[in-house]
Design a protein around this ligand. Structure first.
Ligand SMILES: Cc1cc2nc3c(=O)[nH]c(=O)nc-3n(C[C@H](O)[C@H](O)[C@H](O)COP(=O)(O)O)c2cc1C
Length: 340
């Protein structure tokens, strides 16, 4: 696996990564995305190295995954090299079949930064390099880092990544903002393009890439792209050519996603989790208004199936229409009247 990247670069294949997302990206989400876009590479949501070391239960609940999710990258966060190294050993157990480990030097949340984790490692460079080194000594798996342009513009990205490379980081993902910038900042990869001229490891760019085609415009001299929020309810965003699903494809995908949640989570938990995904799939479908309340309160798989079947029945004349292209916008008036 260590030369996985070299092979991909030789193939000149543009890989697409599913960004790690706490509270969203579980096994069911990954399976749902890969059903449509089997070639993407998924990074897990972040797990505390400390928890993985101290809770076998956590390790045994988050590391096992299905064949279809491979190769799977596990992301961890913490603050000291020793704990990272111990967690790396656990993750490397062949029974989990994890492809590589990603270190979170990204998270800007106040409580994370105040306790010296996440993006705070950008201002604690020596610890950051020691973490990568300690993990490389602890595991045969490749180690990658997800980080930002800088913490507050007072750090030097190029030197930082050069040092990560010297500590044997195999790959870096750069999110195109600093830890201090709010969501208002526009995507600008200029500094990432410059970075790539100074390092030889693959560099992935991330931030506000809407779909594969958008990513191919932005990737320039970089190696690969990573997409996060734009995949909500839209696993087609990873495909070349801006594919727009039909209403029928959307409903089938929702049912598949719900089923995978049932299979991977205990009932009460999946009930709560599926609700946030269902409406996302139908965000361009005017008819969703009448079903929103039922979708966000569904409490069983059967109930979810019933709702989807009701939509199929009510809109049976339009199942081959593509809501994302506005082909069902003519329904808006009738839906609004119904709401009144
Ligand atoms: C709800 C949410 C949870 C996130 N959780 C993580 C995480 O666990 N680890 C991480 O490195 N980034 C996390 N991120 C950041 C994303 O991986 C990604 O960098 C960010 O959303 C920008 O990419 P996008 O514009 O393609 O969404 C999270 C973002 C959001 C919105």
């Amino acid at each position: 696996m260590k030369d996985f990247w070299k092979k991909q670069i030789e193939k000149k294949w543009k890989l697409v990564f599913l960004a790690p997302m706490d509270w969203y990206w579980d096994s069911a989400y990954r399976q749902a995305m890969k059903r449509i876009s089997p070639d993407i590479i998924c990074v897990s949501e972040f797990y505390s190295a400390d928890w993985l070391v101290h809770s076998k239960l956590l390790a045994d609940s988050v590391l096992p995954h299905t064949e279809s999710e491979n190769p799977l990258i596990i992301q961890i966060f913490w603050k000291d090299p020793e704990m990272f190294a111990q967690a790396a050993k656990i993750i490397s157990n062949p029974k989990y079949n994890i492809a590589w480990i990603d270190i979170n030097m990204w998270c800007p949340a106040k409580k994370v930064v105040r306790s010296w984790h996440g993006s705070c490692l950008l201002i604690n460079e020596q610890t950051a390099f020691a973490i990568v080194k300690a993990m490389n000594e602890a595991t045969h798996l490749p180690i990658s880092v997800k980080t930002r342009l800088s913490f507050d513009w007072n750090q030097d990205l190029i030197n930082f990544v050069k040092w990560l490379e010297a500590a044997w980081a195999s790959l870096v993902t750069i999110h195109g903002r600093t830890a201090k910038q709010a969501y208002t900042w526009k995507a600008d990869f200029t500094n990432i393009y410059e970075l790539k001229k100074h390092v030889s490891i693959p560099v992935i760019c991330n931030w506000d890439i809407m779909n594969y085609d958008d990513g191919m415009k932005k990737v320039q001299n970089l190696d690969w792209i990573m997409i996060g929020r734009w995949s909500f309810g839209n696993p087609w965003c990873f495909l070349a050519g801006e594919y727009h699903p039909t209403l029928s494809e959307l409903l089938d995908q929702m049912e598949f996603h719900a089923l995978k949640l049932v299979e991977t989570k205990w009932e009460k938990k999946w009930n709560l989790e599926i609700r946030k995904h269902l409406v996302q799939y139908l965000k361009f479908f005017p008819g969703v208004k009448a079903y929103r309340k039922r979708l966000v309160t569904t409490d069983s798989f059967e109930n979810t199936q019933n709702i989807l079947n009701d939509v199929r029945e009510e809109y049976k004349q339009h199942l081959d229409k593509k809501p994302g292209l506005g082909e069902l916008d003519f329904l808006k008036d009738s839906v609004e009247k119904k709401e009144d």
